[in-house]
Write a protein that binds this ligand. Structure first.
Ligand code: FE
Length: 334
């Protein structure tokens, strides 16, 4: 009898002093994007979120840590980085009706190893003074003669451009993509250099008329007193592939294979894919929420509507080696 009471007492003690509920995250994304989300999640669930912010070496770290890794969840951006984590064998498939309802099929791994959270489109920044918006039509057209000496872009081997070239391979085949990329190279105003914002600056200063860049940089530039002027010199225009659709990339999440807190990890992932969390996350970096029917920030919506290329991003990840090889074969950056 007394032993039963003792056991009951012990159980109660364990319940009240139970190790604080937590979930551990490795993030390539910056604290200002993640903090509002983790605060909201902790407020809703009482689960503490510990985040290690990394700027490189996530795959190497997870591989080295193996089953002893403290990480439950990884947050990153770009399909190539998501695919790299998955291909290293350090993630586990996740099935969730909640997540499946919030994340359209094209933005998640068919096997559930990664899930998209927000999208960004890779679009054209065009001079307000020198380019009529109606002149920007298709990605294919960017390789045509009329743009000779007028295009600026960052390195062809940067992940953002490799993903775009991968999409071109999907639409035009490898030979078609090589011809396209050579056409872009022939149209460049200068050697590929700098980041996406540097291309908008080059439009502002008159070096080129159009540039390839990600949508959210428009919002980032408008936040900055110096860059505002660059942003105000351009229009955001959405090219499509001839077969339809604007190229988009994603930020996403995956569960680590050895996750020590898999239940909390799933709760956190389900929270992240909820329309409310997507809106917080998207707004922080001027991206688009992935959940169907969830509006972006009014500033972002103001750049215009577009239809995304419906290709599954895993398909693009599959074209990545060929895209990189083509880029090197035509010596795009030189
Ligand atoms: Fe970026």
């Amino acid at each position: 009898m007394s032993q039963r009471f003792a056991l009951a007492g012990l159980a109660a003690l364990l319940a009240t002093t139970a190790v604080a509920e937590e979930v551990n995250v490795y993030s390539y994304r910056q604290p200002e994007l993640i903090k509002p989300l983790t605060d909201e999640f902790t407020a809703e669930t009482g689960i503490t979120v510990n985040v290690a912010y990394l700027d490189k070496g996530m795959v190497e770290r997870l591989t080295a840590e193996g089953d002893r890794s403290p990480a439950d969840v990884v947050l990153t951006v770009d399909i190539s980085r998501l695919a790299a984590v998955v291909n290293a064998g350090v993630t586990q498939p996740v099935t969730s009706e909640v997540m499946a309802a919030n994340v359209p099929e094209q933005y998640r791994d068919p096997e559930g190893h990664w899930w998209g959270l927000t999208t960004r489109a890779r679009i054209v920044y065009a001079s307000k003074d020198r380019v009529d918006p109606s002149e920007i039509t298709t990605y294919e057209d960017l390789a045509s003669e009329k743009w000779k000496g007028r295009i600026c872009t960052r390195s062809g081997t940067h992940a953002y451009n490799v993903a775009l070239t991968s999409a071109v391979i999907e639409h035009l085949g490898e030979e078609g993509a090589k011809t396209w990329l050579q056409g872009i190279k022939d149209n460049l105003a200068r050697k590929p250099q700098g980041n996406d914002r540097a291309q908008v600056k080059a439009i502002w200063s008159g070096e080129c008329d159009i540039a390839i860049g990600n949508t959210y940089y428009m919002g980032k530039m408008l936040e900055d007193t110096e860059e505002q002027e660059w942003a105000n010199s351009v229009n955001v225009l959405f090219p499509e592939f001839e077969a339809g659709g604007t190229h988009v990339n994603i930020s996403g999440v995956a569960m680590v294979k050895s996750a020590p807190h898999p239940e909390n990890a799933l709760k956190f992932m389900e929270f992240l894919t909820s329309p409310t969390a997507q809106q917080i996350y998207a707004k922080a970096n001027y991206e688009y929420p992935i959940a169907p029917g969830t509006p972006a920030d009014p500033l972002v919506e103001g750049w215009g509507e577009f239809t995304a290329d419906p290709t599954n991003l895993m398909t693009l990840a599959g074209h990545r080696p060929d895209a990189l090889r083509i880029t090197e074969e035509i010596d795009f950056d030189n």
